[in-house]
Design a protein around this ligand. Sequence first.
Ligand code: ZN
Ligand code: ZN
Length: 412
Amino acid sequence: MTVLQNARVLNLEAPDDDRLYSVVVEGSQIREVTSTRVQVDGARHMDVAGKTVMPGMIDCHVHVIASIAHLGTNGKMPNTFAVLRAVPILRGMLNRGFLTVRDAGGADYALSTAIEQEVIAGPRLFIAGKALSQTGGHGDFRERFDSTDPDPCGCSRNLGAIGRIVDGADEVRKAVREEMRSGAHHIKIMASGGVASPNDPIGNLQYSADEIRAIVEEARSHQTYVMAHAYTGAAIKRAVELGVRTIEHGNLVDEDAAATMAKMGAYMVPTLVTYDAMSRVGAKTGVSTQALEKNEAVRVQGLAALELLRRHGVKMALGTDLLGDMHEFQSDELRIRADILGNLEVLRQATAIGAEVVGMAGKLGVVQEGAIADLLVVDGDPLKDLSCLGGQGEGIRAIMKAGKWVREALAQ
Ligand code: ZN
Ligand code: ZN
């Protein structure tokens, strides 16, 4: 058992509460959070005066196997290499205080289980298996003159690939069943064109209504939900009306689509840092001028989208969507959003709302009795200054995941 004493506890329901608490952790759970001083025989007591105890953060849009910035190249890597390259990416996320992440395509059950069984260090990993894309959609990385079969073995099991190509209501239904059988927690689809892909313009709608309906129905039958890559108002509105639960990116959302999301209770998962990182380092990594121009337009519109979504009362979770070397910018998503929404709202998005998205409300994203003991001990007060959560986690003094210390600099 561990008791953290003299802790200022980040409580987003009562942000002004500056009383000091004792946080009692037993096994993997928080047993008690009390303002009376607790002394437990045989327990380890740690004084965290001057620091803040907050929930581990949740990133709702990552690709942990995307170790190369060019997405299509990842899919051509041998599986062993793809896994080994994912290991430091996972460790990096953990060190930045992201103790739970939701994969948006690529990671498999083996990776998720390896973390759970502590074979490798990493955040709790909720997976989609392979993202479903239509032929010529955002998950189809073939060039115009390339007419090879994208999945010659028919197995779609190349680990580095973030997606698989599947068309037709019957086939997409079968693909959902296959992903579920293989251990997916949720289903990811490509429901519009993308930014970095020259062959699928951002304005495209992807998948027919019948196909999306079949995917949603099948996911619901498996007691789970669908997340959809979508940029434009038209793509977002259509996906949400067909039952998609979370919209990814959403930079070009309009009034109509935002109102529909609010009405249907759908979540938006913006991924602003990826456009920010691309504008900073894209040219160096060989991204074309044309793609960089497209990126810049989407980046600016994504910032404006935050205000629009807030005005409509759409719940937003934190997402990043970084690729390759750009993973190091993950925590910048907090700062980018905070400039527009303020620290309190951003911390809520990175904790409690993320927990709702992954189906763990009350268990993750909160420091309270009965929750899983995913805790960060940070210097200062993140409500006043988010820099303690920036960089590579240097301002995080201690990290506890499910009751076990990942980092315990305080312990000496
Ligand atoms: Zn996407
Ligand atoms: Zn993505």
